[in-house]
Each structure stands twice: as C-alpha cells, then as structure tokens.
Design a protein around this ligand. Structure first.
Ligand SMILES: NC(=O)C1=CN([C@@H]2O[C@H](COP(=O)(O)OP(=O)(O)OC[C@H]3O[C@@H](n4cnc5c(N)ncnc54)[C@H](OP(=O)(O)O)[C@@H]3O)[C@@H](O)[C@H]2O)C=CC1
Ligand SMILES: CC(=O)N[C@@H](CCC(=O)OP(=O)(O)O)C(=O)O
Length: 345
C-alpha cells in the first residue's frame, strides 16, 4: 500500500483528493493537514466521507508527512516551495497541485506570482505532470508539478495541432470558462452565491497567471521558444460549480485530416476522449471524472479550426490528474482509483 499524505485537506482540491484516494485500493491515507481544523475528524467536517475516511486532520507541523511515500500539496501558491525539499530529503515523493514548480523560468514565475521563489533548484528538477506529454519522466520523478486547470484543458486541446506543425503558432486563442470551485473554498466576495450565480463575466483579460504556463507547454510541444507562441487567453467565471469549457481557435497553415489526427494522437490515452465529428462536449459529461473530452470543428470549411475541450477542474484539472501522476510514479495501473463515471444531470 502506498502511504499518502495531503497538505491542505480542507480545500476543494484537498477534499477531492480524499474522495478519490478513499476509493483507491492501493493507497492508505496516512496524514491530512489543516491549520484550523487540527483534531477534527475528516468525516465530521465532510459527511460525504463518513465511512470512507477515518482520519482526523493534523496540524501541518505535527502531521506524520515524513512517514508517507507521497505527499500532495493542495495548498495556495508559495507553500510547497518551502516544504518540499525536506520531504524529498526524507525520501518522500511530492506532487504539488499549486503552481510552485510549474514554470521553469524563475524570473517569469516571480513576475506572475508576485513573490520570490524559495527553491529554484527544485523547479529545475520538477517534472510537469501532464501525462499525455511527460509520462516517461513522471515515472521516475521525485517531484511533480501538477498542471493548472485551464492549462490542462487548453494544452490537451491544442497539443495535436501544435505537435504536427499545421497551425499558425503566433495567433492562438483560448476562450475558457470555469466553474466557481476553480477559485477554491476560501471566502471571497467574488465567489459569494449572490455575486457569482445568475451572472457571467470575463476576468484576467490583461493577463492571467496561467498564460505563461500554457505558452511554456505549447512551446515545448512545438519544439519552439516560448516567445514564438502567440496566445490570447481569456478566462471567464460561469455560474456552475465544477467544470471548464475551453473554446480554442487556431488558423490552419497546412491541410490535414484533423479529426483523424486527434483520434490518432489520443488513441492510447485513457483519459482523453475525442468525440465524433460535429459534437459539442458538455461540462456535465466529465463531472467528477478524470476525463477530457474534445471535439474538433471547422466552421463553414474556413481556415479556422475550433477545438472544444471540457474537463472537471477539480478532477482532470487538479486532484484526478494528481492521482493519475501518483499511479504513474509508483508503477500502478494508471487508471487505478479513477474509473468514476460522470454524474448527470
Ligand atoms: N480549485 C481548482 O479547481 C484548482 C486549484 N488548483 C490549485 O490547487 C491549490 C489548492 O486549491 P483549492 O483546493 O482550490 O484551494 P482552497 O482555498 O480550497 O484550499 C486551500 C487549502 O490549503 C490549506 N492552507 C492554506 N494555507 C496554508 C498554509 N500556509 N500551510 C498549510 N496549508 C495551508 C487550507 O487549509 P487550512 O486553512 O485548513 O490549513 C486549505 O485546505 C491552489 O494552489 C490552487 O491554485 C489547481 C487546479 C485547479
Ligand atoms: C475560477 C477561478 O478563479 N479559477 C482560478 C484558477 C484555478 C487554478 O487552476 O489555479 P492554479 O493555477 O493556481 O492552480 C483562477 O483563475 O485563479
């Protein structure tokens, strides 16, 4: 059994990790932290976990994280970078759901995240945890940087096109909508029911911190420099709880059978589903599942390709992808604990 710990067990990605790991036959939950709820039974706080998780929350200072085989950080940005080194020295492997290790260019990271990086050396070592791109490196990684939710939906949608070099990399557009759980469980005015429900808006248009992450990933896939990727990324907050819907636009520079290209690229991927032509994927078709569903359109046969990509931000966009990475790191079946069928309606 793999002993797993979670730092930040009271947040949305933390409790989603608990839901998934409680259903994973190869994992023993060993430590779950909360600063404010130390001593409280997990199932007392989250009744959905009654009968599935019998642990209590521990304060991060006292939690037996060193006894784990793997520790997930489901914490705000800037926490894992302070604590990962000592865990790694103890032989614990680390998966960070935040952005501390995602961007290789430290100055760029510091510019977007507004803080100094506490462990730049570990950024160089970390493997970006998008299995559809980096599966082999993830197998042996000590430290995995789990991708952001928008970056997962966007990169998976653009990847086959970028890798085959058949689109204009200078003029990509990602128009993405997220459910409110993407903002986390912390109290904020913008995510109050009366602010976010029955409302729809764009945000972060001048610049969102996922922009450099997406550009870095697409540049690597294309074998180009980051500054060769021209991307307009516009996130939106939509009044649903879970889900991301990314509408991606790319100008075609070389004719291909795009449907066949996507089907071939993802044929062996257990968590990417390329839908038949003319499909319109719905966020509810992936709710609570570790799946990305993709559809490809070419409206009026023009020179613009439209790719629709949907994920559950808390699953393929966070906790599910983290469990997928853990499975790969520990040589388990990649789909272990991740066979949930989406919830409708
Ligand atoms: N929500 C989403 O859809 C996605 C989120 N992410 C990223 O995952 C991370 C977690 O997100 P999310 O679950 O939404 O966030 P939440 O705000 O819901 O939860 C944050 C958690 O971190 C804990 N925490 C906060 N500060 C500290 C600290 N200094 N030391 C230890 N623990 C701390 C909190 O627990 P307590 O206060 O009880 O200690 C809480 O459990 C973030 O970095 C986020 O950007 C990534 C992809 C998608
Ligand atoms: C709706 C909403 O607010 N979403 C979050 C993205 C969540 C996420 O994936 O953030 P990290 O990259 O920090 O892990 C945002 O736009 O900030």
């Amino acid at each position: 059994m793999i002993k797993a710990g979670i730092v930040g067990g009271t947040g949305y990605t933390g409790v989603e990790l608990l839901r998934l790991l409680a259903q994973h036959s190869g994992v023993e939950l060993t430590a779950i932290t909360s600063r404010g709820e130390a001593g409280t039974a997990v199932a007392e706080m989250f009744s959905s976990l009654r009968g599935s998780v019998n642990l209590k929350f521990s304060d991060p200072k006292d939690a037996p994280l060193n006894e784990c085989d793997v520790v997930f950080f489901a914490t705000p940005n800037g926490i894992a970078m302070q604590q990962a080194a000592s865990l790694l020295e103890s032989g614990v492997r680390v998966i960070d759901l935040a952005a501390d290790f995602r961007i290789k260019d430290i100055a760029l990271w510091e510019q977007w995240y507004g803080m100094s990086h506490a462990s730049p050396a570990l950024v160089a070592e970390a493997v970006y945890g998008l299995p559809e791109v980096n599966r082999e490196q993830i197998r042996t990684a000590r430290l995995v940087a789990n991708p952001g939710c928008y970056p997962t939906a966007t990169q998976l949608g653009f990847l086959p096109l970028v890798q085959s070099g058949c689109i204009d990399l200078g003029h990509l557009i990602a128009d993405a909508k997220s459910g409110v759980s993407g903002a986390g469980r912390k109290a904020e005015i913008g995510t109050l029911f009366s602010e976010a429900s029955d409302n729809f808006k764009a945000y972060g248009v001048p610049g969102h911190r996922h922009l450099p992450e997406i550009r870095q990933g697409l540049a690597r896939a294309a074998g180009k420099e980051t500054n060769q990727i021209g991307l307009t990324f516009v996130p939106h907050l939509t009044p649903m709880i879970r889900g991301i819907h990314a509408t991606l636009y790319a100008r075609i520079t070389r004719e291909e059978d795009f449907q066949a290209m996507f089907e071939q690229r993802y044929a062996a991927e257990p968590f990417v589903d390329v839908l038949p032509p003319k499909s319109h994927p719905e966020t509810r078709s992936v709710r609570a599942a570790n799946t990305c569903r993709i559809a490809i359109h070419r409206p009026q046969g023009g020179d613009t390709l439209v790719v629709l990509s949907v994920i559950d931000n808390l699953v393929k966009g966070a906790a599910g992808q983290a469990v997928q990475n853990m499975n790969i790191m520990f040589g388990l079946d990649e789909c272990s604990g991740l066979s949930q069928v989406p919830v409708l309606p």
